[in-house]
Write a new protein. Sequence first.
Length: 430
Amino acid sequence: MTNIKKGNKETINAIFGYDKEKKELMQLRKCLLNVDKYRESGVHIPRGLLIYGAPGVGKTVMANAIADESINVVEVRAADCSNDDTAQFIQDSFQTAVNNTPCIVLLDELDKIAGSSMNFYMQDSDVLMRVLLQELDSIKENSGVLIVATCNNMENLNPALVRAGRFDRMLQIGMPKEKDRKLILQNYLDKIKVRREVDCDELARITSGFSGAQLECIANESGIVAMDKDEPIITYDDIRKVINRLEFDSSESDEQQDKWKVAVHEAGHAIVALTLCPDCLYGASIISQGNAEGHVQVIYPEKQSDSLKQAENYVTMLLAGRVAEMELLHESFLGSRSDIRRAYDKVYSLLDSGMYGYQYMTRRSDTPYGRSLTQTPADKTTNKLASILQTLEERAVKIVREKASLLEKIAKALQSKLVLSRDELLRIAS
């Protein structure tokens, strides 16, 4: 059965931030509502819009926001396309749109409906593709029908499906920027009728990389935590616990056998971060988080490019956990292996991108099967990589030794409290 509904002009107001994207959506609404005017001017409105981005960023909400009460929406969802009559369902949906203009045909999760790498409808994928292409091409210019598709993975789409003339416009929806995250968090937290002691500016900074759906989850889960208290109140610690759980599947179990060892390790990361990029340090924890025994959160400003200096600071911080173990405990542990591996991978990527000179570039990611770009001997690059790691580790050793007393203070505080906020770390360091 075809899914048709009226649009809602208030949908656009439910989207916080994303001003540039909303402006483009409103332009398409204007086009759809003034088809005759554009036709008389000899201009045709876009036939299709493809909205793509990671899961949870709000692509479907964006698509629906184009329509107001005078625009119909016919939905074709991936979940509706699992039956034997899918081809007929798609044909009926397009015909319904033509009969109810102005209208949007929303192909939600197009990469699942007709994706080339999906096993979902593998045996019928060719038939579905032909039907979709036929229906897309049947929509005449300025017919009052706009095709809007959402997609998680562009690589799964056949280029013929999304070429100009079928989808004239592409709109990427990225993760919300800091100013957008602040608006999103304020909106969701304001809906929770519980007193809060949190700064949305601070929350926006520490949630870099989170989608709108994740931000909604943070607000709601924090409200649940608050409701378990005698006096319901949302605190920074509540939100920190929720963020840790989302990022690392964190649980506050007492299974850690040696909190002191983990505290020393994380304190090493923290003092190097405090030394090299104090504005980027947002907290430390020795609560077990997934496969990690602890975590130090460092967030670089969004406008700051990934410079060589910033990358070297990051590698120095990664190596500082093992360095701290050696300085205070006089031995290192296998828990450092993930830090060392990440440090190795980061330096290798710097070498391969020419940051230390073109002579160390060994491959290009866009060449087939990672074919070599140069004839650089592998041992030459390996030797340079080892030299850089050694230099940056010595830098970490110098910082840790110069701030040995601070290292011990932070480690003891972590052992006692398990989690330290940015403010607590700064107070200890002052």
